[in-house]
Design a binder for this molecule. Sequence first.
Ligand code: XIL
Length: 362
Amino acid sequence: MFCLFRWLAGCAVLWLGASLALAQTLRNAAEERGVLVGTAVRPSLLLSEPRYAGTLSREFNMVEPEDAMKWWVVRPARDTFDFTQADQVVAFAAAHGMKVRGHTLVWGRTNPAWLKDLKATPAELARLLHEHIDRVAGHFRGRVFAWDVLNEALDENGSLRPSIWYDQPGFGYAGKGTAYIEQCFRWARAADPNALLFYNDAEGEAMNAKSDAIYKMVRDFRQRGVPIDGVGLQMHIFDLHPDIGSIRQNIARFTALGVQVHLTELDVALPVAPDGRASAADLQRQAEIYRQIAAACLASRGCTAIQTWGFTDKWSWIGSKSEHTLGAALLFDHNYTPKLAYGALRDSLATSPAAPRKDRGH
Ligand code: XIL
């Protein structure tokens, strides 16, 4: 009798464990919670690496092309638009019931050489940019649900960053503050009236001069009816002791304006040895950061998406950026084995306290 009881209890434990393991992907946890969990993707790997594609569709319900919608990919020459790579991402997403975030219509950096070398007048640049927004957002109409309209337009201190679009020579609004950003949003709304339009930036994750400037701009846009629906906080973390309370407060103030917040490029870079390994203590700390950042998002009802900048350490921009002194920034290791960070993010999605009702975001 005792044996039978133990056997049954053992079976129950096994069954429970197995069904939890089956049920509890990031994607399931996010869907139960009604939020999006996404990642940046590289189209070539969708075909060349089955584990890449398999992990992606199992664990995420949103994707964003890491580079495939940027100017240098979609517009290799002034009069050539090439959507091949971006279309691969969109097709993959459609086949697996995932949403697509578009990134990015306007950016002062990573532009193709022909654009940097172009000696255009402001009026010509205005035509070029308007045409670009029209063609790109138009091509993906109905398939990209949210666009980063503008990326990284502000400096660390909150002033406008010099760029070809703003003042070098700019497309007609040099020295006129955020007026050029406003024009980009208006063009984007006209190109795809149903897409959610985001301003995306780095270094404004916590309460600071830069996030104050973003806040002021978004508040002004909302008050004057400029079409903006959200703020993307990139969330590339290099500091292993980020001020989570301040990040949480920042997210809450944006959502209180009635816009959504998406965490758009989350990764947590760790110091790594030449073989790419991080210390056990740092991996644990990293997991804690993923957990707390997800909780900071989920504490505001209007924070609706958590997206990482890639998902396997095998393919992450952090190593190439730091010349391989930093790395191991993502949720899965080089062999697609989930790291502690993976479990922490999943637990946070499953168990973080719900946002209070007074939060006015949507
Ligand atoms: C990076 C990509 O990860 C790299 O592949 C590319 O070479 C350069 O751009 N902020 C952004 C992203 O908004 O577009 C950047 O992506 C990372 C920083």
